[in-house]
Design a protein around this ligand. Structure first.
Ligand SMILES: [Zn+2]
Length: 473
């Protein structure tokens, strides 16, 4: 029998705010030492009251707008009660009754075509702290306590691991472009709800939840393992499936039972009377809407229309800083396709030589635009442009000053180039004859020989043009 997997996701995303959700402590990433970023409020001291961070609401609404959700104009907080040493108040402030966003949809492009994933809701909540094991002692670090999160809950609409990964990558690029979260490792954590049913069936099978996975690779492996475990249990009765919460172990690639799945009643949710309901009026909503960036799909179309290759578009979409740089350089008057080449080919190869990645690229739009313009205006050749780019990336020099200091903008007289090329053609008479007898490949050998003879003193395009003129006549 063929089986179909049914998956729903709960994704926790740490928001990109300067301070925590209910106090003025900095985000935990600004902390150097455990408990560096802690105050009486976020460490749960008696008598302290939470004060809502407005930016959290704005980022949550931005996420909702990007995921085509309805935005609640009236939204409230609830207390989720449970005891754990990393939770100083013994309750988490979250949203149950009036979440900030509901009923969204996100369209994925997968190998099977377009797929719509329904978003059940997005709610705001605070993160918990962290237990740290030091020798035999267990210590608690409250730096992460009250760091703002949004949780995006989907309907059980995923039918393959591929769809899940496509969705997560899309969230990541959307949230980066919206300034919602950097989504770096650990700042995006997923709970995956999985069940399996015979193909064609509309009933749901027994559902298990795999908790708290931070890497996409782990999520993919965990789904594959868990789906097979369900199928084996149904098909071969290897075990009895029960509704439970499980943990994925990266070392073995398997999932293990943690506890029976809790229900809402276990947490004794009740409204948090310490926080006023939040009213989002038209004016505020319009302000947030105006700042929502272009949708990822629209951006992809814009890039493709500009002639940027599919592979390059993928690189740009996966790297927010690179696409932001490209947009800025384009706004300074350079062509998008040209700029993409400079960033994704020239800059990337310079970064690679230094053991770095595209994400490490640190160059201002003005500097890159200046280099590109020098080349486009014929002031320098591309090889010199690349030299300047390397100096800017590696040493942070000023591109124009570097160009002048190294006399890169001095023109080479083409008569000198032609003399050298004539010599090269005589030395390579056989290749020239081969070419004229129809061996097209010989042209590349001649071109290479000219490039070597002229080293880096002439523009590739000029050599190509002069060579063609000489050998075709
Ligand atoms: Zn605090």
């Amino acid at each position: 029998m063929n089986y179909e997997m049914v998956i729903g996701l709960e994704t926790h995303v740490e928001l990109n705010t300067k301070s925590k959700i209910f106090c003025s402590c900095g985000g935990h990433s600004s902390a150097n030492e455990p408990n560096d970023c802690v105050c009486p409020a976020c460490s749960g001291m008696p008598g302290m009251l939470p004060v809502m961070n407005k930016k959290v609401v704005e980022l949550a609404v931005t996420a909702g707008l990007m995921l085509n959700c309805e935005i609640s104009r009236y939204t409230t907080f609830d207390k989720k009660n449970y005891y754990y040493p990393d939770l100083p108040c013994a309750y988490q402030i979250t949203q149950l009754n009036h979440p900030i966003c509901t009923n969204g949809v996100v369209t994925l492009k997968t190998s099977a075509g377009k797929r719509d994933i329904r978003i059940k809701q997005i709610h705001m909540e605070e993160d918990a702290g962290k237990l740290v094991h030091v020798g035999k002692a267990t210590c608690v670090d409250f730096n992460r306590t009250s760091v703002p999160l949004i949780e995006i809950v989907t309907q059980p609409d995923f039918r393959s691991a591929e769809e899940v990964l496509t969705y997560l990558n899309k969230l990541k690029s959307m949230f980066r472009s919206g300034g919602i979260s950097e989504c770096e490792e650990g700042a995006m954590r997923c709970d995956v709800n999985i069940s399996v049913r015979p193909e064609g069936s509309t009933e749901f099978g027994v559902r298990t939840e795999i908790k708290n996975m931070a890497s996409f690779e782990a999520i993919e492996k965990a789904i594959r393992f868990e789906v097979q475990r369900h199928i084996d249990a149904i098909e071969f009765e290897t075990e009895e499936l029960v509704q439970e919460t499980r943990r994925y172990d990266d070392a073995t690639g398997k999932t293990f039972a943690m506890r029976n799945k809790e229900t809402e009643a276990d947490y004794r949710y009740f409204p948090d009377a310490n926080l006023m309901p939040i009213i989002i009026d038209d004016e505020w909503l319009e302000q947030i809407k105006a700042a929502v960036p272009e949708e990822v799909d629209a951006k992809v179309d814009t890039y493709k229309e500009a002639g940027i290759s599919e592979k390059e578009v993928d690189m740009l979409i996966a790297n927010h800083n690179a696409s932001k740089l490209l947009d800025e350089v384009v706004s300074l008057g350079c062509g998008a396709k040209n700029v993409a080449g400079w960033i994704l080919t020239d800059a990337v190869s310079i970064l690679r030589k230094n053991g770095k990645l595209l994400g490490d690229l640190d160059i201002s739009a003005e500097d890159l635009a200046a280099i590109i313009k020098l080349v486009d205006d014929g002031e320098i050749n591309r090889v010199s442009g690349r030299k300047i780019l390397a100096a800017v990336i590696e040493e942070g020099v000023d591109p124009i000053a570097y160009c002048k200091d190294n006399k890169l903008d001095e023109k080479v007289d083409t008569t000198v180039i032609e003399e050298i090329m004539d010599k090269v053609l005589i030395e390579n008479a056989q290749a020239l004859e081969d070419y004229r007898n129809g061996k097209v490949k010989a042209k590349q050998a001649l071109f290479g020989a000219c490039m070597r003879a002229l080293k880096n003193t002439a523009d590739t395009d000029i050599i190509k043009e002069l060579l063609e003129r000489k050998i075709d006549n």
